[in-house]
Design a protein around this ligand. Structure first.
Ligand SMILES: Cc1ncc(COP(=O)(O)O)c(C=O)c1O
Length: 356
C-alpha cells in the first residue's frame, strides 16, 4: 500500500525541492496558505491580548490567522505605488501590545523588507510574510519569502503553481525548526520518532494537522518541476499586457502596475488602476460582458464586517480604499495563446478609449 498521508515520498521530494529553491532549513507542506499562516501564529506564540500589524489591502486569511489565536489585527495603509504595506506607517501602529507583523507581497512584488526588518528588529517584533502569490518571484536577487522568520505560500488552483488546494510554510529562522515540526503534526514529536531520536512519540505542544496528503504532494512536485516554464509564460503574457496598455497610460486613461527596481515579477497578476471607481466598475462589467474575466481585488479588510468586529485601524487608511476601488485585473494564465492575449489587449484598449 503506497503512503498517501502526509509524510510520504512525494511530500519529502517536494519539500526538498522547495528547501533548495528557498535555501531554507525547513519547508512544511500545508493544506493551504491559510493553514500555513495559522501555523505561523502558533509558531510565533501569538496569544490573546497581543496585536499583530497587518495590511488592510490583503486577503482575509492574513487577518483570520491572527484572530484565531485570540489576538487583534491592526490594519495599516498601503503604499499607493505597489499596494504593499507602507513601512513608515508600521512605525506608528506599534504599541506595547504589538507582537509582530504579517506583511503581504501583492502581485509577486516584494514589500520593502529591508526597511520593515530595520523597524521590527529595533522593536524586537517578529515578521511573517504572506507570500501566497509569490512563488518564482525575486527581489534584489533573493527569492521572496526568505527575509523573515517564516513565509506562507499558496498552491491553490488560482496560483502559479497548484495542487488544487495547498500551501507551504518556509521556516527561515533556525530556532523555530523543532517547534514547527511539532505544531504541524498535532503537537507531537512524531518527526523525532521517525528519525529514531525518541522511542515513542507523545503530545508536546499546541498544534494541529497541517499536513498535505501525498496525493497532492505528487501533483505539486510535477508542477514545481515546471516552475521556470510556467513563470516564463506568465511573464510573457504580463509583459504583453504592460506594453499593450502603455499608450493608455500616456494618455492618462489608466495607471499601469508599478514594478520597483530590483523586482523580478512572476506574472501572477496583471492589474491597472482606472481614474475613478465608477470607471473601474464599468470596465470590469463591460469586459466580462465581452467574455473577458476581468476582476477587481480585495475589499480592504478594515472596512469589512469582520475587520470592524475583530480588528483595529492605525492611522488613516486612504490608499487601500482608493486603489482597491479603482483596480482592474486582466486574466492571466500560462495556457493563453498569443491570439487570446492580443484580443484581450485590443478589447481593453477599445473599451477604455470609449469609456473615457
Ligand atoms: C494574499 C493571500 N493570502 C492568503 C491566501 C489564501 O490562500 P489559500 O487559498 O491557499 O489558503 C490568498 C489566496 O488568494 C491570498 O491572495
Amino acid at each position: 500500500m503506497p503512503i498517501l498521508s502526509g509524510d510520504g515520498p512525494y511530500n519529502a521530494q517536494a519539500r526538498k525541492w522547495l528547501e533548495d529553491h528557498f535555501k531554507a532549513p525547513l519547508v512544511v507542506l500545508t493544506p493551504s496558505c491559510t493553514a500555513a499562516l495559522e501555523m505561523s501564529m502558533l509558531l510565533m506564540e501569538v496569544k490573546p491580548g497581543d496585536e499583530v500589524i497587518v495590511p488592510s489591502f490583503t486577503f482575509s486569511s492574513t487577518a483570520t490567522a491572527v484572530v484565531l489565536v485570540g489576538a487583534t489585527p491592526v490594519f495599516v495603509d498601503c503604499d499607493p505605488q505597489t499596494l504593499n504595506i507602507d513601512p513608515e506607517k508600521i512605525k506608528h501602529a506599534i504599541t506595547p501590545k504589538t507582537k509582530g507583523i504579517i506583511v503581504m507581497h501583492y502581485a509577486g512584488i516584494s514589500c520593502n523588507m529591508m526597511r520593515i526588518n530595520q523597524i521590527t528588529q529595533a522593536q524586537n517584533l517578529f515578521v511573517v510574510e504572506d507570500a501566497a502569490q509569490c512563488i518564482g518571484a525575486l527581489y534584489n536577487n533573493h527569492q521572496i519569502g526568505t527575509q523573515s522568520a517564516a513565509a506562507a505560500f499558496s498552491f491553490h488552483q488560482t496560483k502559479n503553481i497548484s495542487c488544487g488546494e495547498g500551501g507551504c510554510l518556509v521556516v527561515n529562522d533556525p530556532q523555530l525548526l523543532e517547534r514547527a515540526q511539532i505544531i504541524r503534526d498535532k503537537g507531537t514529536n512524531r518527526q523525532q520518532f521517525f528519525q529514531g531520536q525518541v522511542d515513542k512519540y507523545t503530545w508536546m505542544d499546541v498544534g494541529s494537522s497541517y499536513l498535505m496528503s501525498d496525493l497532492q504532494a505528487d501533483y505539486l512536485l510535477g508542477q514545481l518541476k515546471k516552475l521556470n516554464i510556467i513563470t516564463k509564460k506568465r511573464r510573457s503574457v504580463w509583459q504583453a499586457y504592460h506594453d499593450g496598455v502603455q499608450e493608455l497610460e500616456e494618455q492618462k486613461l489608466l495607471q499601469r502596475m508599478h514594478v520597483p527596481d530590483g523586482a523580478y515579477i512572476n506574472g501572477h497578476i496583471y492589474y491597472f488602476l482606472m481614474p475613478t471607481p465608477a470607471l473601474a466598475e464599468t470596465a470590469i462589467r463591460k469586459l466580462q460582458e465581452k467574455g473577458i474575466k476581468a476582476t477587481g481585488h480585495y475589499v480592504p479588510l478594515h472596512n469589512s464586517p469582520a475587520g470592524k468586529k475583530y480588528g483595529r485601524v492605525s492611522g488613516e487608511i486612504k490608499h487601500a480604499s482608493d486603489c482597491a476601488s479603482r483596480l482592474v485585473r486582466l486574466p492571466i494564465n500560462p495556457e493563453m495563446t498569443n491570439e487570446e492575449v492580443s484580443l484581450i489587449i485590443q478589447t481593453t484598449k477599445d473599451l477604455i478609449i470609449i469609456l473615457s
